[in-house]
Write a protein that binds this ligand. Sequence first.
Ligand code: SF4
Length: 245
Amino acid sequence: MIFQDPYASLNPRMTVGAIIAEPVRVHRLRENDTAVRERVQEVMELVGLNPSFISRYPHEFSGGQRQRIGIARALAAEPSFIVCDEPVSALDVSIQAQIINLLEELQHRLGLTYLFIAHDLSVVKHISNRVAVMYLGRVIEIAESRQLYDDPRHPYTRALLSAVPIPDPQVEQHRRRIILEGDVPSPINPPSGCTFHPRCPIGSERCRSDVPSLRVRSDLHEVACWRSDESPVLMPMTVQEAARS
Ligand code: SF4
């Protein structure tokens, strides 16, 4: 796992070497201390950290370097699947790009699969092959990344995408965001039926009582909405659609 906050996720009392070695030791992946140290230096190089920093402490590194330490720790146990929990949201934008490029490079080199959790839709679009959108703890739409961004079918996904700024002054001038009304309900006491119904601009009576499950619309595109076939007609265009039209 790669954690969100590179300041809170590294033990300040442990050296970088001890932090990265921990999963190797816990899973008994190397036979002796020398082999563990070699593995630590190997992954440090892999993530762009100087292996001679092995005895330094986390406070001696910048935010981006700390996140590299977190990535090295995740790689140390030789995984094939990594959960990346908002791995760039605590970093400056320029550092975000470096870390995303690093994650992509590692993915290609090591054949990794990522479950990438994020709120930044531009980052999600850039890095994902397949995207699942969640509302109140439930997946409400899943699709190939390109299909989801080109043809969002759930009203919540459409509202989310309408909030993404487009770097084109002409488009921004005529930008019409889909503003959702009301607050996000408590996940402890979610609304009946479709949990999005109190805020949905196209909700109907049925939505108040019946829970929509994920329905396959087309190849690899699933939506949990009773009216997913109609929504693009009834709802305002997303900014992306306005830019295309
Ligand atoms: S099921 Fe109904 S309330 Fe839920 S998103 Fe679809 S139209 Fe809106």
